[in-house]
Each structure stands twice: as structure tokens, then as C-alpha cells.
Design a protein around this ligand. Structure first.
Ligand code: C2E
Ligand code: MG
Ligand code: MG
Ligand code: MG
Length: 286
């Protein structure tokens, strides 16, 4: 290989990197047609109320059924969609599907424990798109879903250092009753005092915190940190959701620490809408 020879020779291309680049390029060019052809679909993962273990909602997670590569997760194509701008129509499609699905669940399932809620991820590009508020209002109205049944998840890193122009659409949505969640919280090194400035009502604690609770006994410093975040969040009137709960021990620990809502494989993996309907029904009947 040229690399080991040193000196001024050029490097041979790494064939794997080449394949990755081709795939990336191929995926990028295939994205717009994929939306037209209906190759995207949404899986839903239950959000569980830790007070009584009831399913109170779900997060919508998009997937791409690629004709050659099979099912691709969002980490494979969301960055490409953001780069090309396709994220705006794709994000709108996800929002519309999920909102309609939530309304369908509410109608079929009733609302003994309060209306079924739907969480949808927003990319930073959607935040700066001028149509965000109008599109969201339109989608909610056409589906007949209350704004309070919708939660938009924005990552902490997208809001770090956000100026007022960026926050304005989120504020408008929050005033209408839409919940805004700070996703992957704890990974972005944001100033905690900054939280007061953001129109956020839910903190989604990053999976890395949940993971550190895997060992028994859990690391006492990690426990203190989560305890501190939960008490700060509650004192600011924010709810705390934890993601990535994979074991019963984690669930118990997070419950003791006062977290409000949990999500993870321990309860259910993301799945098709019917799967969630079954879970919710099982839950309601005992
Ligand atoms: P996220 O919003 O933080 O979503 C949680 C991710 O954790 C999902 O990965 C979910 O499948 C995974 N997960 C859930 N429970 C567990 C668990 O117990 N253990 C482990 N190891 N993982 C768990 P997924 O579906 O691959 O999504 C990855 C990211 O892609 C999401 O992270 C979100 O940032 C983004 N994403 C997904 N759908 C959309 C979308 O419609 N629009 C945008 N803009 N981003 C999306
Ligand atoms: Mg999310
Ligand atoms: Mg998350
Ligand atoms: Mg995450």
C-alpha cells in the first residue's frame, strides 16, 4: 500500500470508503424520488408514564425501505436529507402521518388517562423554514388533533446559542399548547440557566445517562447528576422523559429518581402502528 511507503507518494483510495461514498451519493440522489414513491414509513415507540406504567403516547421514528438496501435507519439518511433540503418536505410528511395516526388512536382508544400524545422529531433546518408554524397549524386542524396532544422534539445542540429569531416559531407553537421537548439533553453542554429562556416543557434525558445506570449498584455520581437534573427540571416546571431504558432495574432506578416518562426497549421497540394499538389496549384493560 502506498500509505506504508511514506514519502511523497499518494495514497490509494480505501475501497470501503469508496463504497460508502458511492452509497451516500446514491442515497442522496435517490431521496426525492423515494418520497414520491412512498418508500418512507414510520415506526412508533411507546412513551410510558412511570407513575403507573401506562402507555400515554409514542415517538414517531422514520425509516426508509430502500429497494436495494432494505430498511435504512434515520441516521443513514436524515443528515443527507438535511444537506439537500429534502428534510423540509420529508419532515412535513412525517408530521402529517404521525398527527393523523395519533388522532386515529385517540378515536379508537378513548382517553381514560388523558389524550394519547404523539412526539415528532424536528431537524434544525425545519426550525428555520418559514412555513413551520403555518404547516403545523394546518396539519393539526385537518386531522382534528389538539395542539396539546403534539410534542415536537428539538435537540439540545440545535438550540444552543439560538437567537430570538430561531426561537420565535417555537414560542408561537408553545403558546398554542404544543409541547416542545429538548431531545438528547445532557450531551450538548448547554448552560442550565439557559433553559429558562427556551420555550421548552420537557427534557429528554440522553440515553448515555440511562446506560450508566446499567451496573448495579449504579455509579453514585451519575445518580446524583440525574437527581440534580430532575429536581432542577421540576423546579422549572419541566417534565423529564428518559430514553434508552433497556432493563427493569434501570426503570426502577429512574422511577426512584423522579423521572416522569420513559421510553426504551424494556417497554417496547419501535414498531408499526398496530403494534402500539395492541400495547395501549392491553394496558387499558389491565
Ligand atoms: P432520537 O430522537 O433520540 O430517538 C431515539 C432513538 O433511540 C431511536 O433511534 C430509537 O429507536 C432508539 N432507541 C429507543 N429505545 C432504545 C433503547 O432502549 N436502546 C437503544 N440502544 N436505542 C433505543 P432511531 O429510530 O435510529 O432514530 C435515530 C435518530 O434519528 C433519532 O434520535 C432522531 O434524532 C432522528 N430521527 C428519527 N426520526 C426522525 C424524523 O422524522 N425527523 C428527524 N428530523 N429526525 C428523526
Ligand atoms: Mg427524539
Ligand atoms: Mg432522543
Ligand atoms: Mg437520541
Amino acid at each position: 500500500r502506498a500509505k506504508s511507503a511514506g514519502g511523497n507518494r499518494y495514497e490509494l483510495a480505501d475501497p470501503e470508503a469508496d463504497a460508502r461514498a458511492i452509497t451516500r451519493h446514491g442515497l442522496t440522489t435517490a431521496l426525492p424520488a423515494a418520497l414520491d414513491r412512498g418508500e418512507f414509513f414510520i415506526e412508533y415507540q411507546p412513551l410510558v408514564h412511570l407513575g403507573d406504567d401506562s402507555v400515554r403516547g409514542a415517538e414517531a421514528l422514520v425509516r426508509w425501505l430502500h429497494p436495494q438496501h432494505g430498511v435504512l435507519g434515520p441516521d443513514r439518511f436524515i443528515p443527507l436529507a438535511e444537506h439537500t433540503g429534502l428534510i423540509v418536505p420529508l419532515g412535513r410528511w412525517v408530521l402529517e402521518q404521525s398527527v393523523r395516526q395519533a388522532r386515529d388512536w385517540q378515536e379508537r382508544h378513548g382517553d381514560q388517562a388523558g389524550p394519547f400524545r404523539i412526539n415528532v422529531n424536528l431537524s434544525p433546518c425545519q426550525l428555520t423554514h418559514p412555513g413551520l408554524v403555518a404547516d403545523t397549524v394546518d396539519i393539526l386542524e385537518r386531522a382534528g388533533l389538539e395542539p396539546a396532544s403534539l410534542c415536537l422534539e428539538v435537540t439540545e445542540s440545535a438550540l444552543i446559542g439560538a437567537d430570538d429569531d430561531l426561537l420565535k416559531p417555537l414560542r408561537r407553537l408553545a403558546e398554542m399548547g404544543v409541547d416542545i421537548a429538548l431531545d438528547d439533553f445532557g450531551t450538548g453542554y448547554s448552560n442550565l440557566a439557559n433553559l429558562r429562556r427556551l420555550p421548552v416543557s420537557i427534557l429528554k434525558l440522553d440515553r448515555s445517562f440511562t446506560q450508566s445506570m446499567q451496573q448495579f449498584p449504579a455509579d453514585p455520581v451519575d445518580l446524583k447528576i440525574v437527581e440534580g437534573i430532575v429536581s432542577l427540571a421540576h423546579s422549572l416546571d419541566l417534565k423529564v422523559t428518559v430514553e434508552g431504558v433497556e432493563t427493569g432495574a434501570q426503570a426502577e432506578q429512574l422511577k426512584l429518581l423522579g423521572c416522569d416518562t420513559a421510553q426504551g426497549w424494556y417497554y417496547a421497540r419501535p414498531g408499526p402502528p398496530d403494534r402500539l394499538h395492541e400495547l395501549a389496549l392491553v394496558d387499558a384493560t389491565g
